[in-house]
Design a binder for this molecule. Structure first.
Ligand code: NAD
Length: 442
């Protein structure tokens, strides 16, 4: 099949590379010329495990093409995926400017019937809205189907190649069959391709992200209670997750969820609720709990130093990305931690294996952080002259550090662990003052 993917970001590039890998010809389109030029030179603009190999193979074999011309791609392709960003507006509604522009460009470029696929996460009813945007610009027939994406950054290639399920929202048998054929190589082990009406497909995407965000916020709220009553959230988690009805995923207490999806999709669903006069109290509570949670690590630091304040303190920060194995900094909890600590005069020495470049741009927008954040080349560099270590992202390489070296480099053996990487009693035995989340300090 010949496919065009409009928007070559985290979703579009992964989808394009994976479709090319199963023998399709894929035109990845982006209006960002620098991104397209880089891709043509074999430079992958994002960090995503396994992606580089797939992109280079597809490009070398001529199945994966990069262009900034929607016209060129749409003239060739029969199926057009819309994978542009839908970032949140200040009122929580998704900004559909990019989607509208892309829809109009696609419509203008059509040279015959096209199957349009909404892959971006879009508000309920968008399949109709996209069709309405396109109609004035083309005389050709087209269908719009909803095909929400469930990949997770950090494991995006694996998720795309082996999805738990594929959701196709369409009333048309013909469109469903075409989409099912395209996805068939990825579900050979029997995972379902679920057909549903487009509205339900659009809701399914928001429902999944809001539900997962709620699970995280549920554990984060319980972690506050654990601290108050001398419980241990990690032991509670183990007790809960052995119940098959609950399952074991997305139940880790930490510094709150971030990323480009959970915060934005939770807000979008809340906005949809407001617009339809439907109270979505559970989801609002999850969002409020998350906003509180993002401030908890810095609150622990503040509480530890009390009246001393933070003005002359320097903190080592391990992890900037919103989660491990990605360079995505959108809504990363580290930004809240940096803002809160620098507002009180503290200095930061930060390290992240891949997200530093992206972090720099976003930290530069935090007024209080100006001149107070230094980026280091290794975990140990951050510790030199630092008063304490803060762990914000659970990168694997942080799990077994040289604790003696940490003690030697830090001014005081003090760790605030926002990801519960270590055991409090072991940390006490190693000679550290250790604060986790939802656990008794050691
Ligand atoms: P992104 O910001 O990484 O990429 C979007 C790309 O679209 C950018 O490169 C931008 O330059 C390009 N673009 C914008 N307008 C364009 C146009 N008119 N023509 C061509 N290119 C254009 O975004 P993303 O993270 O890949 O997300 C895309 C969509 O997928 C969003 O709706 C998001 O909610 C959804 N989604 C994201 C994830 C994720 O983990 N990132 C997972 C599932 C769903």
């Amino acid at each position: 099949m010949k496919i065009a993917v409009i928007g070559t970001g985290y979703v579009g590039l992964v989808a394009g590379a994976c479709f090319a890998d199963t023998g399709n010809t894929v035109y990845c389109v982006d209006k960002d010329l620098a991104k397209i030029d880089a891709l043509k030179k074999g430079i992958i603009p994002i960090f995503e495990p396994g992606l580089e190999t797939l992109v280079k193979r597809g490009y070398a074999e001529g199945r994966l093409l990069f262009t900034s011309s929607t016209t060129e791609a749409v003239a060739e392709a029969e199926i057009i995926f819309m994978a542009v960003g839908t970032p949140p507006l200040p009122n929580g509604e998704p900004d559909l400017t990019y989607l509208k522009a892309a829809a109009e460009e696609v419509a203008r470029a059509m040279t015959g019937y096209r199957l349009i696929v909404n892959k971006s996460t879009v508000p309920i009813g968008s399949h109709r809205i996209v069709a309405d945007w396109m109609a004035p610009y083309t005389k050709h027939a087209f269908d719009v189907v909803s095909n929400p994406e469930f990949l997770k950054e950090g494991t995006a290639v694996d998720d795309f190649l082996k999805p738990d399920r594929v959701v196709i929202g369409t009333e048309s048998e013909k469109c469903f069959e075409r989409m099912a054929e395209l996805y068939s190589p990825f579900v050979r082990q029997g995972n379902p391709i679920i057909r549903m009406d487009p509205v339900s497909a659009e809701i399914t995407k928001y429902a999944c992200n809001a539900f997962l965000a709620t699970r995280i916020s549920f554990m984060n709220e319980l972690s506050v209670l654990c601290e108050k009553v001398n419980g241990d959230i990690e032991q509670v988690r183990k007790g809960m997750t052995t119940d098959v009805r609950i399952g074991k995923h997305f139940l880790y207490a930490g510094v709150g969820y971030g990323g480009s999806c959970f915060p934005k999709d939770v807000q979008a669903l809340m906005a949809t609720g407001r617009r339809n006069d439907i109270p979505l109290g559970i989801i609002s509570a999850a969002e409020e709990a998350n906003a509180r949670q993002k401030r908890r690590l810095s609150a622990k630091v503040r509480a530890h130093y009390g009246s001393q304040g933070l003005a002359n303190k320097t903190f080592a920060l391990w992890g900037l990305a919103f989660k491990p194995n990605t360079d995505d900094m959108r809504e990363a909890p580290s930004l809240t931690v940096i803002k809160e600590l620098t507002e009180e005069g503290a200095r930061i020495r930060a390290f992240d294996p891949v997200a530093t470049d992206n972090a720099r741009k976003m930290v530069d927008e935090i007024k209080s952080a100006s001149g107070k954040v230094q980026y280091c080349d290794s975990v140990y560099d951050t510790l030199e002259g630092a008063d304490a270590l803060l762990i914000v992202t659970e990168w694997n390489e942080f799990r077994h550090p040289d604790f003696e070296k940490i003690k030697g480099l830090l001014r005081t053996p003090l760790i605030f662990d926002g990801r519960n990487l270590f055991q409090p009693d072991q940390m006490r035995d190693r000679g550290f003052k250790y604060y986790g989340i939802g656990r008794n300090p050691a």
